[in-house]
Unconditional design. Structure first.
Lengths: 503, 492, 120
């Protein structure tokens, strides 16, 4: 057995070393990609070694060094963080496979820069996952924001720069203006920032201040995209698809909701927050975000934008689940982080595949595309089913748990929101699937003036295309399979998630 | 040798300055200046370690016993300032050679080093002396040499900037001696420790109140407290690059030190902040300055001036920390003196390298510079992040401490102003970063190479210091905190 | 109020205000320096007055002299005068350079020329 003193810093250091090597091998794309895949693979393997001890009830903690007097950068392993770390590190492998197909297929420039910053973002995401106190969390949270900026602005066009500016602007504003203040407030009130089971605020803060502090945290973690601080997510759609996958599934938004759940569970404590009426507003805001974002998604014709608003709505599921404050719904929140990650990454991979193969970006152009790209659209359908929350996909499991929690605590607002949004989810996803498989293909040229990878097809009236490059298809098949497999093997992650509430 | 360290700290650069004039040769003067600055740095480190181990050092100049003779007094605060000044002074030296050769006429270079050493003497002297009038002398030594240093630039606007600075600086210094004179009238002493003992008896008189007003205004002029900062932006923007880097990192910091000295040591026994109302006034000016100067910085086209306005805003942080009058607040103010010196020095050094290669520091000319001078601009990004206050940089440590101090006192408006100005810093730093990295190199731009190693090494030393003291801030915070406790505990 | 006793201080205040006014109000760089000088001289007067002890003689150690003026402010102001001279010399040197560069020593004209530089 490898000691934690090694594993915890190692999972942080590994992608960083990977980034350096990727930079070093920048001149040789094949070697560079091999390094990426090797790093991703060994990272996942290392993270899995943490499962057994954490299941056995160990909560190892490693102090890296003291940053400010009395405040250390420290890492620990606990169930919630482990679920996030596992998801992120696994999806990094898949995303790397996918990016190889996508980036080469698209002839993107600055590919080395892309892989380097991708690896640094993963470091930051892992850091967020294993942060043992608020200071450490904040450090990696900010590193994540900054390291994803070059990815969002990858194209360097004016549009990309504008999008990236909104992205950076909102995330920095919320984190500095609210989260930073919230952390110092917590530190002053309690004298510590450690994540402690049961929370640290009980008896230290009370009355309306609890609601205010919760607001500072919930809105301060802008990556959770709680309305009205959600605009960065659609703005970041200018980025290449693998980056969208990183933002929406692997790291960024997941780091956001993860942090919110972690703060609710380990800083406030579920029981403490349940006893403070001033924290009750979060259910309403999360519920509003779910419904409003779904309604907006319904009206988007651009596929990626539709997915982006779907993400905003799905993220608030996690926050809603945590805000219900029932132990079972918190388990649901943890599960939903993984569930949404697998589902949404499949959808984004599919959207990217469609773009690479056919240069189509709008929902209205997708009629009949299922026959040309059966694997891609099949996976899209699976992802959509998971988003709606139907069996046999993992989305069903997490939604079930959240509903269970809502019923158990008699939180009818939450229940109503979930029912309504499930209908809305179906309303904006199923037409896409229906059109792809059952509508006849339109005989109109669509956006094939691009000099795509297949020059031979560039001049035909109907852009004649098949599936996208093999690595991409492989990746999206894996993630689609993942959503189904996780449904049947939900016991394992559930067992991990249950440890969160001591159940 | 060791007992005479305090006086050597000042005398070595003072003696070396005229020797530079005699040498008259650029390289020889540079060698001498380098040697002197590095030995000053070594002395200051020795002094700091002595103070941290064995407490306050008192040195009687010429063997005359204080309070009659002039006393040099080294406590944690002054030792820290000495280290900052001499460290910046020495790290800048290797950089200076190339930069000065490019920006100053060959036959005047020896004068540059002379003035540089005199300026160093003055700044070190201010930090080390325990005598209020002696402080004025050093203040003028540093100021006069600063005016010359600024005027050495080939840019004609530097002349008017230096002139304006001279007028305002002299008024400031004169205000200071008026204040000192009034204190002397009432107490009959000029020694700071002695003044601290005697002032409480006469604190209620109008003379002392007026003295405090003169002192505060005079020093505020020197430290460019908003709205007395008008001399600063042009002086920094048009001075030779090395001078800007050195001054931005040290001159205003030393003035902040003087303010701390006057308020907490000399007036240590008097209720300056609440009773005489200085706290509220300073806090208000600091806050307005932080916001107003940051906003002005956003609209600057000359990057050097942009950073100069940012300096005015950052001085606001330091004054804010002082005006909070708590151990945490003062710790924040003192640590920000140190941290800001590191990052502003790095940033201005980067601009010096840019100006050497590009010949300009205007924003639009810096398009695509990230690809043309990768190492230089990477340093700018890191130091810029530090200015914003991103975690793992020194800026974060300052902001953490200051915000904590504001929240301790339940000053929510103040607590809000700190992150807000950070955000404005994001805007102006990002303007530069975007231009450098996401704009294409203009067509027909001359081929330029990366800055020479002699400039890159000092730049990166400062950047690494920004990161190192941001990642492990325990040592600096300890020094700052012990200084703050000492200052708040009355006279040392 | 003993008017003659405070006379010196009144002189200092009037000089100070006059000097300060000239520095602020005059646009001519030389006149500004003159103003600055008057301003500084007021401080010299202030210090010297402060050292005077009523009935005291010059502070020279000699037989039969019991009461003498406080020498310290006088010595201090000697230093300040030196500093003042240096400042004036430097200011005038700067004015010469400014005249070389801008061909004017009027502040509003140099400001206008600077604005032109800025626009370039």
């Amino acid at each position: 057995m490898i000691g934690f003193e090694f594993v915890l810093p190692a999972i942080l250091g590994l992608p960083l070393v990977g980034a350096v090597l990727i930079f070093y091998f920048g001149f040789a794309p094949n070697a560079r990609e091999t390094v990426t895949l090797l790093t991703a693979g060994s990272l996942f393997a290392l993270v899995t070694t943490l499962i057994d001890p954490v299941m056995a009830g160990e909560r190892p903690e490693v102090v890296l060094f003291e940053m400010l007097p009395g405040l250390a950068l420290a890492l620990h392993a606990e169930p919630l963080g482990l679920i996030f770390a596992l998801t992120a590190s696994f999806l990094w492998i898949v995303t790397s496979v996918y990016s190889i197909g996508y980036m080469r297929g698209h002839h993107e420039k600055n590919q080395t820069r892309f892989y380097v910053f991708f690896a640094i973002s993963i470091t930051a995401a892992i850091g967020v996952a294993v942060a043992a106190n608020l200071l450490t969390l904040f450090v990696f949270y900010e590193v994540l924001t900054l390291s994803t900026f070059p990815l969002v602005a990858h194209h360097g066009s004016d549009k990309a720069k504008r999008g990236a500016r909104v992205y950076l602007g909102i995330l920095m504003t919320t984190s500095i203006l609210f989260l930073f203040v919230a952390i110092i407030w917590t530190y002053l009130a309690t004298g510590t920032t450690d994540f402690t089971p049961g929370g640290i605020l009980a008896g230290k803060v009370s009355g309306p201040a609890v609601g205010v502090l919760l607001a500072l945290f919930a809105f301060g973690i802008g990556k959770a995209a709680l309305m009205p601080f959600h605009r960065w997510l659609p703005a970041a759609m200018v980025a290449p698809t693998p980056v969208s996958a990183l933002l929406h599934a692997v790291a960024v938004v997941k780091a956001g909701v993860f942090s919110v759940v972690k703060v609710i569970v380990y800083i406030f404590g579920i029981d403490f927050l349940a006893g403070e009426p001033s924290g009750g507003w979060l259910v309403w805001v999360a519920g509003f975000t779910i419904v409003a974002a779904s309604l907006v998604a319904l009206r988007q014709d651009n596929l990626k934008r539709r997915l982006a608003y779907s993400t905003i709505s799905q993220l608030s599921y996690v926050i809603l689940a945590a805000a219900i404050l029932a132990p079972i719904s918190v388990v649901g929140a943890a599960m939903h982080i993984a569930a949404h990650a697998f589902g949404k990454i499949t959808l984004f991979f599919a959207a990217g595949s469609i773009m690479v193969a056919s240069h189509k970006t709008e929902v209205s152009q997708l009629d009949g595309i299922g026959r040309r790209m059966p694997w891609t659209m099949g996976a899209f359908a699976v992802g959509a089913v998971s988003m709606i929350g139907l069996p046999p996909t993992v989305g069903f499991v997490s939604k079930w748990l959240i509903v269970d929690g809502a019923v158990a605590t008699g939180n009818w607002v939450a229940l109503g929101v979930i029912v309504l949004s499930t209908l809305l989810n179906a309303a904006y996803f199923l037409p896409v699937v229906h059109a792809a498989f059952f509508k006849p293909e339109e005989a109109l040229p669509h956006g094939d003036s691009h000099s795509g990878d297949e020059e031979a097809h560039g001049h035909s009236v109907i852009h004649d295309h098949g599936e996208s490059p093999l690595p991409s298809v492989l990746a999206l098949t894996i993630t689609a399979a993942g959503t189904v497999i996780l449904f049947f093997t939900a016991d394992a992650p559930l067992a991990l998630a249950r440890l969160l509430t001591g159940g | 040798m060791t007992p005479h360290l305090p006086v050597l700290q000042v005398v070595i650069p003072l003696m070396a300055a005229p020797i530079c004039v005699v040498l008259r040769q650029a390289t020889a003067a540079w060698l001498l200046a380098t040697g002197v600055t590095w030995s000053a740095f070594a002395i200051s480190l020795m002094l700091l370690s002595q103070v941290m181990d064995g407490g306050v050092i008192s040195y009687e100049l010429g063997g005359w016993v204080a309070p009659w003779g002039i006393e040099y007094r080294v406590d944690p605060v002054s030792a820290l300032v000495l280290v900052i000044v001499s460290a910046i002074g020495s790290v800048v030296m290797p950089y200076a050679k190339k930069s000065v050769e490019a920006e100053i006429a060959e036959d005047r270079i020896y004068l540059f080093y002379t003035m540089y050493l005199l300026c160093l003497t003055g700044l070190l002297g201010i930090a080390i002396t325990g005598d209020a009038f002696n402080l004025f002398v050093f203040l003028e030594v540093s100021s006069l040499s600063t005016y010359v240093l600024i005027a050495l630039s080939h840019e004609r606007r530097a002349l008017t900037a230096a002139y304006r600075y001279l007028i305002m600086g002299t008024i400031g210094a004169t205000f200071y001696i008026i204040g000192v004179g009034m204190m002397y009238m009432m107490t009959g002493t000029l020694n700071m420790a002695d003044l601290a003992q005697r002032l409480p008896e006469v604190a209620e008189t109008r003379t002392i109140l007026v003295a405090l007003a003169f002192l505060t205004t005079g020093i505020s002029l020197k430290l460019a407290l908003f709205p007395l900062h008008v001399w600063l932006p042009n002086a920094y923007a048009f001075a030779p690059s090395v001078v800007t880097a050195f001054l931005a990192a040290t001159a205003t910091k030393v003035a902040v030190y003087v303010l701390i000295r006057i308020f907490f040591t000399v007036f240590g026994g008097v209720d300056v902040f609440v009773g005489l109302g200085a706290g509220k006034a300073l806090m208000l000016l600091a806050l307005v300055g932080m916001v107003a100067a940051s906003v002005t910085a956003v609209y600057q086209d000359n990057v050097k001036r942009l950073l100069a306005y940012s300096s005015v805003a950052q001085i606001g942080y330091m004054i804010l920390g002082i005006s909070l009058v708590s151990v945490t607040g003062l710790t924040g103010g003192i640590i920000h003196i140190f941290n800001h010196a590191l990052m502003k020095c790095a940033l201005f050094l980067v601009l010096g390298a840019v100006s050497l290669r590009l010949g300009t520091v205007r924003l639009q000319d810096m398009a695509g510079l990230g690809r043309r001078m990768p190492l230089t601009m990477a340093a700018f990004v890191l130091a810029g992040l530090s200015l914003i206050g991103v975690p793992l940089t020194v800026g974060f440590v300052s902001k953490w401490t200051l915000l904590q101090a504001a929240l301790e006192k339940d000053l929510w408006l103040v607590a809000a102003a700190i992150p807000v100005t950070s955000l404005i810093a994001v805007v102006y730093i990002w303007k530069v970063v975007e231009t450098a990295y996401f704009r294409p190199v203009p067509h027909g731009a001359a081929e330029i190479s990366e800055a020479p190693a002699s400039m890159l090494v000092p730049i990166w030393i400062m950047v690494f210091a920004c990161l190192y003291f941001g990642i492990d801030a325990t040592w600096t915070l300890d020094v700052a905190r012990s200084a703050a406790i000492l200052l708040l505990g009355g006279a040392p | 109020m003993e008017f003659p006793g405070l006379f010196n201080y009144w002189v200092a205040v009037v000089l100070m205000m006059a000097g300060f006014y000239i520095v602020i109000a005059q646009g001519n760089l030389i006149k500004k320096v003159v103003g600055l000088n008057i301003f500084q001289v007021s401080v010299f007067v202030f210090y010297i007055s402060m050292g005077k002890v009523k009935g005291g003689t010059a502070p020279i150690l000699d037989e039969g002299i019991q009461l003498y003026s406080n020498p310290l402010p006088h010595v201090l102001i000697l230093t300040a005068i030196v500093v003042g001279v240096a400042t004036t010399a430097l200011a005038l040197a700067l004015v010469v350079r400014i005249r070389d560069a801008f061909e004017t020593i009027e502040e509003d004209e140099t400001d206008a020329l600077e604005a032109e530089d800025e626009a370039r």
